[in-house]
Design a protein around this ligand. Structure first.
Ligand SMILES: Cc1cc2nc3c(=O)[nH]c(=O)nc-3n(C[C@H](O)[C@H](O)[C@H](O)COP(=O)(O)OP(=O)(O)OC[C@H]3O[C@@H](n4cnc5c(N)ncnc54)[C@H](O)[C@@H]3O)c2cc1C
Length: 422
């Protein structure tokens, strides 16, 4: 086995999204000598740039769950469907979808939930601590979440999951119509029911947050190289990262390139079943009211947040094997219609449109793992809907693995890449 460096290992990280940058900062704080590669400035190119900004600690469930086939099909046939599978992609995505459905079985769902709970349990506290150390505590607020419904049937449909959250240490309270109206100014009266959960936080600007962490990492000696990585390989003593401009040798390498981690895994001979779950949002610069808590509208597949730039409304899932395909303008148009239905007073002009590719694995559990082909190469990718939420705790888990500390067999296996290669 490769030596287990307690500190001072040279580590090359591929990818400067929230996951790569949080990993860089945590590893540098622990005494390692870290370099980060990305052709773009930290946080700019990937899903970390314009996401909803929720630190959704209480959301411990994978996307796939018992009954997903029926729920998914129902969602896809609606005219303003929050779930889309473009025609050209259906065949290409079939193997991934089979895995996604298999991961919905009761036992697999329970195992994935347990793994996600491990990352989420202390997500708010650990993120607060990291932001404090980076001098950017003011970028996050632990203000809870309101989950809203427009009928009692829909509220009741989520009851079992709320009970499970309560058993996991995340209690919530029911909101009646008056409470919803008080909490959410400007919202259409059709939202009559809801739940409030305190175990949730929001960031003011997801892009600025990555940049703030990168700045703190640079102050700790992390070097950022504006270069794309073309490949990597390891022998018994070193890892060679080949990038635009040459090859550099490290003790360890970490693949943290979001959805683009898949081709990097392929060059090591490993299967990483990552697809792009493309999410869309609109940010309305001047909503005319202040939203104090972030919102989730499960029936519409939407998250809503008052970020620094305005009111951000979005979510949805358009699955694709190609993260770089052009955005689907029809989705933005549908999103605008729905946004105005939810907040009738919003001015439709000037909404800023953004699409990002969530790195989606079939069981929604990220790969935080040593490579199965090299003791010196690690993965930290595949965080799907919750890379912002889980970036700090994932970085801590990664650091344990790199330092040869044993997180326990169950956890090691839960996040291992080998679980996806069967
Ligand atoms: C609409 C939407 C809303 C979301 N809302 C939330 C939310 O509220 N809360 C939450 O927790 N999560 C949310 N997410 C999910 C979250 O944004 C992602 O899970 C997270 O950003 C993934 O981070 P990452 O660092 O793994 O990947 P990315 O942010 O995609 O970064 C990957 C980086 O790797 C770089 N890269 C790629 N290939 C190479 C290469 N060969 N060499 C070097 N660099 C490379 C890219 O340039 C990019 O900078 C949302 C996502 C979307 C799309």
């Amino acid at each position: 086995m490769a030596g287990t460096p307690a500190c001072n290992a040279s580590i090359g990280i591929i990818g400067a999204g929230i996951v790569g940058v949080a990993s860089a900062l945590v590893l540098a704080q622990r005494g390692h000598n870290v370099s980060v590669y990305d052709p773009c400035p930290p946080g700019q190119a990937g899903a970390s740039r314009g996401n909803a900004g929720h630190v959704a600690a209480a959301d411990i469930f994978p996307m796939t769950r018992p009954g997903i086939l029926r729920t998914g099909l129902t969602m896809m046939v609606r005219p303003d469907a929050p779930l889309r599978l473009p025609g050209v992609e259906k065949l290409r995505l079939a193997p991934w979808l089979m895995r996604f459905l298999a991961a919905a079985r009761n036992q697999r769902f329970a195992a994935s939930t347990k793994a996600l709970l491990h990352l989420n349990r202390e997500a708010i506290e650990e993120t607060e601590k990291l932001l404090g150390q980076a001098g950017i505590s003011d970028m996050m607020r632990a203000n809870g979440v309101a989950v809203l419904h427009d009928n009692v049937r829909s509220l009741a449909a989520g009851a079992a999951l709320w009970s499970a959250r309560e058993r996991a240490g995340f209690p919530s309270q029911e909101l009646d119509h008056a409470a919803v109206a008080r909490l959410v100014p400007g919202i259409s009266p059709q939202f009559t029911h809801g739940r409030f959960c305190a175990h949730w936080a929001q960031v003011a600007d997801p892009f600025a947050l990555v940049q703030g962490l990168a700045h703190a990492a640079a102050n700790r000696g992390v070097r950022f190289h504006r270069k794309k990585v073309l490949g990597l390989a390891a022998d018994a003593d070193t890892v060679r990262i080949t990038h635009e401009g040459g090859t550099t040798i490290y003790d360890r390498a970490v693949i943290a390139a979001g959805v683009w981690s898949r081709p990097l895994a392929a060059c090591l001979g490993e299967t990483l079943p990552l697809v792009a779950e493309r999410g869309y949002n609109l940010t309305f610069p001047d909503p005319g009211f202040v939203l104090d808590v972030p919102l989730v509208l499960p029936d519409r597949g939407l998250a809503i947040t008052h970020v620094r730039e305005g009111l951000r409304i979005g979510g949805w899932a358009e699955f694709s094997r190609s993260p770089d395909r052009p955005e689907n303008e029809r989705i933005f148009a549908a999103l605008k219609r729905i946004s105005l239905d939810i907040f009738p007073g919003l001015a439709p002009h000037d909404a800023r449109a953004w699409m990002g590719s969530r790195p989606a694995l079939p069981d929604s559990v990220p790969v935080i793992s040593r490579s199965s082909t090299s003791e010196r190469i690690f993965y930290n990718c595949g965080h799907g809907h919750y890379g912002l939420t889980q970036a700090t705790t994932s970085a801590q888990f990664l650091a344990q693995l790199i330092e040869g500390k044993n997180p326990g067999e169950e956890l090691r296996a839960a996040f291992s890449i080998t679980r996806l290669q069967r």
